[in-house]
Design a protein. Structure first.
Length: 216
């Protein structure tokens, strides 16, 4: 039986690649997108639900699928307000997990970050760590958490400083050996493909760092 997938964050780098892959995947009959604005030019296979996803619980009756792919995430530069930052990076994934549990969705995948740690003194890492804890507490049958390092890929928005940083970081990649491999750049393409592989596997719970994502 063909499946229905939900994507949160389909306009972002990883989410947009994931959407393209699922559109080409015959195992999926319907793809539901929940976002603040509609994406033009998508085929009928895609059903779009537009609204304030900071209030995702309002979409509960439409939040029905076989799998949920949560690619939501912001940056300190884009969202300097820590209260809003937490609402996005913690609030949306956790609400999505709660809705998944309530509506009997058996598979939940979320993009977190390398270094996620609920007890960290670093706000970003602590927020991601607490998000992971809250998601796992929902005890969804198949829960997969991906912890990429710096995410590489072609972004639509222009981030000059970030592009320069990525170039420098790429030059340093050969130095990251052994246990340091997990700090290598994680391509968005690899993250999206790994999410699909995990969703269609028999694995029930995984937490993967960037080196494991790339390996898959």
């Amino acid at each position: 039986m063909k499946k229905t997938a939900i994507i949160l964050g389909a306009t972002g780098l990883t989410g947009s690649i994931l959407l393209e892959k699922l559109l080409d995947d015959n195992r999926y009959k319907t793809i539901k997108l929940f976002s603040r604005k509609e994406i033009d030019g998508l085929p009928s296979k895609v059903k779009q639900f537009v609204g304030d996803i900071l209030e995702l619980e309002k979409f509960k009756k439409d939040f029905i699928a076989n799998e949920v792919f949560c690619c939501i995430g912001t940056t300190a530069k884009k969202t300097p307000d820590k209260i809003l930052y937490k609402k996005i990076d913690f609030g949306i994934p956790v609400t999505a997990a709660k809705l998944s549990k309530a509506n009997g969705i058996p598979t939940f995948l979320v993009v977190s970050a390398l270094g996620a740690n609920a007890t960290s003194s670093i706000f970003y890492n602590k927020t991601k760590g607490k998000m992971e804890q809250a998601v796992l507490l929902e005890k969804i049958e198949k829960t997969h958490i991906l912890q990429p390092s710096i995410i590489g890929g072609k972004r639509q928005e222009k981030r000059i400083g970030e592009k320069i940083g990525l170039v420098v970081f790429k030059l340093l990649q050969p130095l990251f050996l052994g246990k340091l491999k997990k700090y290598r750049i994680t391509e968005a393409e690899d993250i999206a493909q790994t999410m699909i592989v995990l969703a269609n596997s028999n694995s029930t719970k995984t937490i993967l760092t960037s080196d494991q994502i790339t390996k898959i």
